[in-house]
Design a protein around this ligand. Structure first.
Ligand code: EPZ
Length: 433
């Protein structure tokens, strides 16, 4: 089982270039099959989730080839519309986002079957709003033998109110509505940058979507979509992770290939606790050379503080002066890293969806386990700061969403390596001393 081994103490200094946004790429790669023409997508992050989704897309008959590591050509014209294009358990078990193929295939073929996505480590992850949206467009939705079957004679635009702001449901319904007849309005829509990116992608294929990025998205269905070439936006959460790593390690990192506006909530919080954040056209620079201060954070849908940055911020607040409070309002189980940080000396108490954090002077390295993607990244940051050695186990979660994570950290002066055996751990320890 692959692990990270780290030796803490080095400030991270230098430049890092951010990859394409994973959560935009997953919607865009699925939407690419909605035309029979060829689609070329650039700046695709080379992470496990995108590779698995592309396998699922091939699995239903589309032609997929990599032009280079970050550019992929997809042709949905080879999918057999009359086959039961079902996305089976293998893919959905690996990544929930395979369910985006439901909306894409419902829009194009008026039917689709996808294995029911399970919950995951951060919460139950229901899909009732996806189903509500498909039904509102006229689809029959049946769930049996752990599959979701959606089918419609025809899709007709409708007015859909999202009871809860949902990124996935907004993207899935937007895709199906793009090829429905007439007008669809999605109220209380998610406004994340990746929603806007998927809408812009669909519009580049001839869709008619207005208002993405606001809480009301208006879609006029079109007959069909055509090929396009598109480049995915930079990953706001990867950028935020390196911003926090700079501040936590008392370093100085210029994070390149970002859209500073997407990072506003993270920038403002880092400034509030005493880090210096300088914004440029397509980069931000984060500097800190002292112990930071406490603050309070409540995760909210965009443009509020992103839930995907909650664990990373908890690490920095666990080392700050004073007591901080984090309220997780999006997912019901996103504090699983607290027990792991406790092993490193963190003083965090969880009460329901609130974490009360008493800042400590420093961490001591320990063996910890990544409970999920973003908590795993947070534990890596903790290991970069801790005194001594840290082993982070179960890094498969981290590899889902961070491209070349250890390479990027080493290039910034961090002491980290991927190991699989005790021997390799000893070798690392001897090497770094
Ligand atoms: C997306 O998940 C992201 N994943 C998550 O990022 C991110 O944490 C989340 O949005 C919130 O920003 C991808 O984009 C692949 P939601 P998603 O639907 O779409 C409830 C990462 O680290 N809900 O916005 O599944 C749900 O329970 C991952 O990259 C319903 O009640 O999240 C949650 O409380 C982790 N019914 C809230 O909405 C539904 O039908 C927000 O979930 C759907 C969701």
């Amino acid at each position: 089982m692959e692990q990270y081994v780290l030796k803490g103490g080095n400030p991270l200094v230098g430049e890092v270039t951010i990859a394409g946004a994973k959560n935009a790429a997953l919607g865009i790669l699925a939407a690419a099959i909605m035309t029979d023409d060829e689609v070329v997508i650039e700046n695709v992050p080379n992470v496990r989730d995108t590779r698995v989704l592309l396998q699922a897309i091939q699995g239903i008959g589309a032609r997929v080839n990599y032009i280079d590591e970050h550019t992929v050509r997809i042709c949905g014209g080879t999918i057999n519309p009359h086959a039961d294009n079902c996305v089976d358990d293998e893919f959905i078990r690996k990544i929930r986002a395979s369910y985006y193929l439901l909306g894409a295939m419902l829009g194009k073929y008026k039917k689709s079957s996808v294995a029911l996505p399970g919950g995951c480590n951060i919460g139950s992850r229901p899909i009732d709003l996806h189903i509500k949206g498909f039904r509102a467009l006229g689809a029959e939705v049946d769930i049996h033998s752990s599959m979701i079957h959606v089918e419609a004679e025809r899709l007709e635009g409708n007015h859909i109110y999202m009871d809860v702001v949902s990124v996935g449901a907004t993207i899935n319904v937007m895709m199906a509505a793009a090829l429905a007849e007439g007008k669809t309005t999605i109220e209380n829509a998610a406004k994340e940058p990746h929603i806007v990116d998927v809408a812009n992608f669909l519009n580049s294929m001839g869709a008619n979507i207005k208002g993405a990025g606001t809480d009301v998205i208006r879609i006029r269905g079109v007959e069909k979509l055509h090929g396009t070439e598109y480049s995915i936006i930079p990953d706001q959460i990867e950028a935020g992770t390196f911003m926090v790593a700079a501040a936590a390690t008392k370093g100085d990192i210029t994070i390149k290939n970002v859209i500073p506006k997407h990072l506003e909530a993270i920038t403002s919080k880092l400034k509030e606790i005493g880090a210096v954040v300088m914004e440029y056209d397509d980069s931000v620079r984060v500097v800190s050379n002292h112990r930071l201060k406490s603050t309070n954070i409540k995760t909210l849908p965009y443009p509020g503080f992103p839930t995907d940055m909650q664990p990373q911020m908890a690490v920095i607040l666990a080392l700050s002066e004073g007591t901080s409070i984090i309220t997780e309002s999006i997912f019901e189980n996103r504090f699983k890293y607290v027990d792991e940080l406790f092993r490193m000396g963190g003083q965090i108490k969880v009460e329901g969806n609130t974490a009360i954090i008493d800042g400590v002077e420093g961490f001591v390295g320990a063996n910890v386990v990544a409970p999920d993607l973003r908590a795993g990244a947070a534990l890596v940051i903790a290991g970069l700061v801790a005194e001594g050695f840290t082993i982070v186990d179960d890094i498969k979660y981290i590899l889902r969403g961070y491209e070349k994570f250890d390479e990027k950290i080493r290039a910034l002066g961090g002491q980290i390596a991927v190991v699989e055996t005790e021997k390799e751990i000893q070798k690392f320890k001897l090497k770094v001393g």
